[in-house]
Structure formats: structure tokens, C-alpha cells
Write a protein that binds this ligand. Structure first.
Ligand code: ADP
Ligand code: NA
Length: 327
């Protein structure tokens, strides 16, 4: 029996992924490659919806791919590729744009948030971004798409477009389902534990590629409350609870177990230990990233192989689409 297919992408924008990306998404990518026919994509086309520096983008794309490999994506198990290496993404996106209502695209709330935050001129690409995302998914006939809350609306658009195309031209696309993997954790900013850790608010972000000593220091200076007791209470003790969630996710120990183990100890102990836990986790990851980046030919080979496998599937979908629309 063929395994269900899953598609997921991540932007290369920041170079280093952060702990939220890992514990909320990438860790699940590694698990999903065992149960699914997984297609994982570094979405560099999406990265130019905001102004970018070409050299930085090229480097960040490689660093992103190296991190995915270092975190455990196995290119013999999953198809790992760079979006721009597969021209079918842009090609299908155009066809889907012509099927999308202007008002429909305008209702995407992420566009409103992102364009409001942007100082430079807002490009049309930022507006049509969710349609490119729909193309990313539909090209691969994915059964499942792991989505966080902020992406639900985009998946709905994807399904609407697939349905519209199918009813106008005949069944062409599989309707993808949202997939909420087990063990995803939402990670909060260390300096503002009520908002999610995000690359757009750099102060309380722990990056996977930063010096572990610096990361440990950030963890030691994480905002906590004025109490003393280590308990899990996200409403009253957002900071401490966030640290417990991270600790639990990185070690596999339950939060209850940690709370029991830290009875009678202080926040300082928890933070110091978590700094060590993070360092232990991230040191071999960083070593592997360095190895991948030190061998550009090998990384190129892995990505070329991924792109070839991706194009094999994407090309077949696009050929059918082109035929159906009359090209
Ligand atoms: P950012 O918020 O830093 O811009 P992205 O939006 O690029 O991160 O997210 C990439 C992936 O990481 C998505 O699947 C998203 O749901 C997940 N993710 C991002 N931040 C967090 C977080 N703080 N906690 C859990 N998951 C997160
Ligand atoms: Na985001």
C-alpha cells in the first residue's frame, strides 16, 4: 500500500531556523518521513515577496537545506528540494491565479498583517502568495499538509481552488487535508512569553545556529514571573511554562515529571539546566550543518536529486493541467 503523501515547505528567509520552527514543525517533518511519502521544500520563491539580497538568499537557502538534513531529514527517505529548482510551482501558480477571485485573495488575513508591517512598497507577490502556496501543495497531489493555526485559511483556499479547477475541467487535483501532527509544541518568545517565538521579533528567539553559549545566556535571562515555584500554568506563569514545554520537548520527559523533579528548586536552576539541554541537543546539529556546508558539491547533489524526483511528480500534474486548460 502506498503511503499517503505529505507536502510541507519552509522559508529560507532568516538563515537559521529557531526553536519554534523546530519544535512546532521541523521535528514533525522528521517523524512524518517514516509514515508518509514526504516532499519537503525550501520555499525560496516565497522569500522574494519581501525585499531580499540575492547573495543572502542564495546562502540562506543552502543553510536551510543543510539544517533540514542535519535535523534528520533523510534524502533517501524524503524528497528534499528547493522550490525554484522546480519551475512547475510558478507555472501552476499562474493558472491558479486566473481562477482566484480578487476579493477572495483579499480576504487572506496574513496579507493584511504582513503588508501592514512592511515599510517598503508592498508587491503583488505578497498578495498572491497564498496562491503560490496552493500550487506548492496541489502539484504533488498531497493527501496531508501539516498546518499551524495561521495557515488554516490558506489551506482552505487551496481546497477551494482545487475544487473549482476539478469542477470546471474535470478531476485533476486531490483535495488535501490539514494534518495536525502529534507532539507539536507552540513556543513563545523568551522575552515576551505571551507572543509566539518568531523571527520577526528577534529579542527572545533562540536560533539553532547561534553560539550555544549565547543561547544558554538568553535562556538564563528569559522573562519569568516574581514567584518562586516551578509549576505549569500558562495563564499565570507563561514564562516558566514555556521553559517547561521546551525542556519537555527536547528531552522527552513529561512536564509533570519535570515539575516533580524541580520541586523545591528555583527558576535559576531550571534555566541553567535547560541551557545545558539545549546545548546538548544543538551541538551535534551544528556540527552536521557545518559538514554539509563544507561540501557544497555533495549538498548540490542531494538537492539536484530531490528536484529531479519532485519534477517527476510536479511535471505530470502540470502536463495534465496544461492540457485541460487548452495549452
Ligand atoms: P516565523 O513565525 O518565525 O516567521 P514561520 O512563519 O516561517 O516562522 O514558520 C515556519 C514553521 O514554523 C511553521 O510551520 C510555523 O507554524 C512554525 N512555527 C513558527 N514559529 C513557531 C512557534 N513559535 N512555535 C511553534 N511553531 C512555530
Ligand atoms: Na510567521
Amino acid at each position: 500500500v502506498a503511503r499517503p503523501r505529505v507536502l510541507s515547505g519552509i522559508q529560507p528567509t532568516a538563515g537559521s531556523f529557531h526553536l519554534g520552527n523546530y519544535l512546532g514543525a521541523l521535528r514533525q517533518w522528521v517523524t512524518l518521513q517514516d509514515t508518509h511519502d514526504a516532499f519537503y521544500c525550501v520555499v525560496d520563491l516565497h522569500a522574494i515577496t519581501v525585499e531580499q539580497d540575492p547573495k543572502t538568499l542564495r546562502q540562506n537557502t543552502r543553510v536551510s537545506a543543510a539544517q533540514l538534513l542535519a535535523l534528520g531529514i533523510d534524502p533517501d527517505h524524503a524528497t528534499l528540494f528547493v522550490q525554484s529548482h522546480v519551475p512547475e510551482h510558478a507555472q501552476l501558480s499562474w493558472v491558479l491565479q486566473c481562477l482566484t477571485g480578487f476579493g477572495e485573495a483579499g480576504r487572506m488575513t496574513q496579507f493584511k498583517d504582513k503588508s501592514a508591517r512592511q515599510e517598503a512598497q508592498v508587491g503583488v507577490g505578497l498578495f498572491t502568495y497564498p496562491i503560490l502556496q496552493a500550487a506548492d501543495i496541489l502539484l504533488y497531489q498531497a493527501h496531508h499538509v501539516p498546518v499551524g493555526e495561521d495557515q488554516r485559511q490558506h489551506l482552505e483556499l487551496t481546497r477551494d481552488l482545487a475544487q473549482r479547477f476539478n469542477s470546471r475541467y474535470g478531476r485533476t487535483f486531490r483535495l488535501p487535508e490539514a494534518y495536525i501532527p502529534k507532539d507539536t509544541a507552540k513556543i513563545y518568545d523568551l522575552q515576551d512569553p505571551t507572543s509566539k517565538m518568531s523571527k520577526s521579533v528577534p529579542s527572545g528567539v533562540v536560533e539553532l545556529l547561534e553560539d550555544p553559549k549565547r543561547a544558554a545566556k538568553k535562556i538564563r535571562s528569559a522573562v519569568t514571573d516574581t514567584g518562586r515555584e516551578i509549576t505549569y500554568d500558562p495563564a499565570a506563569k507563561a514564562g516558566v511554562s514555556n521553559l517547561l514545554v521546551i525542556y519537555s520537548a527536547l528531552t522527552g520527559r513529561t512536564v509533570d515529571d519535570l515539575v516533580a523533579a524541580y520541586e523545591g528548586k528555583g527558576y535559576g536552576d531550571l534555566k541553567k539546566d535547560l541551557g545545558e539541554v539545549f546545548t546538548e541537543f544543538v551541538t551535534p546539529v551544528q556540527d552536521r550543518v557545518r559538514q554539509y556546508l563544507a561540501d557544497p558539491a555533495e549538498l548540490d547533489k542531494v538537492l539536484a536529486r530531490g528536484a529531479e524526483r519532485a519534477r517527476d511528480v510536479a511535471g505530470r500534474t502540470l502536463a495534465r493541467v496544461y492540457d485541460r486548460v487548452g495549452f
